[in-house]
Design a protein around this ligand. Structure first.
Ligand code: ZN
Ligand code: ZN
Length: 320
């Protein structure tokens, strides 16, 4: 005898997914609807974009990229979307196959695509930059280097191509880790900056929003899988060879969530509510000054931005 359980939401189809944080058993259709409606709720709650905004999606090609593209296509016109993908150039790690799949879907929908490499933007691949930083004895993790340059490239293209928003595919796991790391570092300004209602500190910044920030990583992966997205989840080699604080927090949070399902969602919701009390005050912060070398915004106490400083230290000074 085969006993099946009905989906807790529709009560009709057979449940195949246990959504541990809600305690619900769901069928595939209701699970997909649940993700879509949570993305829409988050977009509305924080006024992430308006219906006529031009949105640039920063996609790496993985499962989160797919889920972001697919959920946004359900709530925004394809003609107002663009996609940017960045090739960092990391030895032994290529997401080209994943990217090709997503790009072909974008092309079918008539979405503009920009592909940029680190090599084009700064003259070197990330692999080369990391090796140069080792020779120069600079204590900076590859992930810090990569993140800084990637954000810079994306912002510049978004600005020059006239996009209103940049959308990134950070999920709930990513965002709760970021919030926790900012707390560990006692960095209130970064905590406010990563809040969806945080201030835009320069006219040269295109606002970045993260519609998947309340969707668990496993949910994003399952959503992509159920929708037929074929991905090979290769991990960037730098996360394991050179563990950062993030890698440690990520590992800890995974174990915590397994023990107490829903803990990360409650944590991020709590941080959102808490930090929102500081937003009004943070809007009074004056605009950021500009870096004397690259002309991009830099911190209030700096004349040369952190990115330029690092690039100079490793012996590079070229923004294409
Ligand atoms: Zn159902
Ligand atoms: Zn600079």
């Amino acid at each position: 005898m085969c006993i099946t359980t009905k989906c807790h939401k529709c009560g009709i189809r057979e449940a195949v997914i246990l959504q541990r944080h809600s305690g619900k058993l769901l069928c595939a259709e209701c699970f997909i609807d649940d993700i879509k409606s949570r993305v829409l709720n988050e977009v509305r709650k924080y006024h992430m974009f308006n219906y006529n905004d031009r949105l640039l999606l920063a996609l790496s090609g993985g499962k989160d990229s797919y889920t972001l593209l697919d959920t946004i296509l359900g709530i925004h016109e394809a003609s107002k979307l663009g996609v940017i993908t960045i090739s960092e150039g990391i030895q032994g790690y290529s997401r080209d196959e994943d990217v090709v799949w997503i790009m072909s879907r974008c092309r079918d929908l008539g979405i503009d695509i920009v592909r940029v490499s680190f090599k084009e933007a700064v003259g070197y691949t990330l692999f080369e930059l990391v090796n140069m930083s080792k020779v120069s004895d600079i204590d900076v993790s590859p992930c810090t280097f990569c993140g800084m340059i990637r954000r810079r490239i994306i912002n510049r293209y978004a600005r020059e191509l006239g996009y209103d928003r940049v959308l990134t595919a950070h999920n709930l796991d990513d965002e709760s880790q970021t919030a926790f790391i900012n707390i560990l570092r006692a960095d209130l300004s970064r905590l406010i900056q990563s809040h969806p209602g945080g201030p835009k500190l320069s006219d040269l910044f295109v606002r970045r929003v993260k519609p998947l920030r309340k969707v668990y990583e496993w949910e994003s992966a399952l959503y992509a899988y159920l929708k037929g997205f074929k991905f090979q989840e290769a991990e960037c080699p730098y996360i394991t060879t050179e563990p950062t604080l993030r890698a440690k927090v990520r590992d800890y949070f995974r174990r915590l969530e397994a023990l107490e399902p829903g803990v990360l969602l409650r944590f991020l919701n709590f941080i959102d509510d808490l930090v929102s009390k500081f937003i009004d005050e943070s809007l009074k912060i004056p605009s950021l000054p500009l870096c004397k070398l690259c002309g991009e915004p830099t911190a209030h106490n700096r004349s040369i931005c952190k990115t330029c400083e690092l690039l100079i230290k490793v012996g590079v000074m070229r923004w294409a």
